[in-house]
Design a protein around this ligand. Sequence first.
Ligand SMILES: Nc1ncnc2c1ncn2[C@@H]1O[C@H](COP(=O)(O)OP(=O)(O)OP(=O)(O)O)[C@@H](O)[C@H]1O
Ligand SMILES: [Mg+2]
Length: 400
Amino acid sequence: MTGAAPSMELPLPEAIPPPIPPAALSPISAATARPAATPPPIPAAARSPIPRATPSPDVAPGRKRRRAAQLVPGARIGVWRIERELGRGGMATVYAVVHTRFGKRAALKLAHSAILGPQFTAATFLREARVANLVNHPGVIDVFGTGSHTGRPYLAMERLEGRSLGAVLESGALPRDTAIEILLELCDVLEVAHAAGVTHGDLKVDNVFVLDQPGAGGRRTKLLDWGIARIAGEDDPLRGMIAGTLTYVAPEQIRCDDVTPAADVYALGVLAYRLLLGEPPFAAATDLDLLRKHLCGVPPSPRTRWPAIPAELEAVLVAMLAKQPEARPRLCEIAGVLRATRRQIRPRPVRTWIAPVAAIPPDVIGRPVLAKLPGRAQRITGAALGVALVIASLLRVLSA
Ligand SMILES: Nc1ncnc2c1ncn2[C@@H]1O[C@H](COP(=O)(O)OP(=O)(O)OP(=O)(O)O)[C@@H](O)[C@H]1O
Ligand SMILES: [Mg+2]
């Protein structure tokens, strides 16, 4: 991906403002997601300047995209030789590399120097290696090495062949059954991550990689970019920052509340809107308006974009975007509804059809066809039809 959607951290201003009073947030009923009479104020953390990185709404609050120093093909990063650039996000550039001695092909994610500072150190960046390895699942990118190049930390990981889901969507919407397959794979990988105490925290189309060749178990996707994941029971190095991507960020991430697995369910809901209905639930002219909509906007009814949507799926999509984390459905419930929808929308398999020949009007297969056949073929066809008639009569007798 060309890095259309960086996810970045937004440091809080020095003087951290008091949190939003609960009363200001509570008018939003999570289940019904009705708008508050007076929209709650945006937390000051979110009000601090949020430069827009690109015109795309899939942009993390927090930073401008800065151009990293170019590393050209053939250049060395430690034991790795660069072949080409694979993608670029808000945190890093990812290169296709080859090990200079063993010839192993890999991807190398090199941090942009501009993101590093006292609040986001090299160790914070390299944490992604440990997090990704905590989640033992074939749908998680395999990170196997770390290092530093001219003061910039890097991760070495398996090189994937394919495109990010964001890049895939740029070529057009996916068929709904494919979209459901992808959502089911994400439910699966997130369930395992959550069971391991890991919340991804930055689920979005650019962090889902669609493989050219299905992987283990026929999987089509891998979940990338565990750089801002939270680990249950561990200090959150991103505490006091809004970390996430604007289009997908859950209300509690904006409020700087504790980020739990429910934040991934919210982002998955946004992603499901995008995949199944064509657009994310919320869009706005400014970043602040977008944050406000996450906090108190009503998601548009899925039916307006998919009139024949099964009622159960519609309800679960809206519930995933509940403002209160605890009101969001569990991943297994979401997966159950997605599976039921898949059964409903899958094209019916072509079945063998048996019916008495007499049931078919002669002008469909009878005389006009036979009339065109030469004498011998006419006899064979007639005999075949006779046999079919006998079999059909027998079947009718047997089934009576
Ligand atoms: N292992 C890989 N193999 C192939 N391409 C990759 C790999 N890892 C990342 N990419 C590509 O590079 C892009 C950026 O990677 P990644 O999301 O990890 O960077 P980031 O800077 O953390 O992004 P963000 O802006 O989301 O913070 C991805 O969208 C993908 O297209
Ligand atoms: Mg990314």
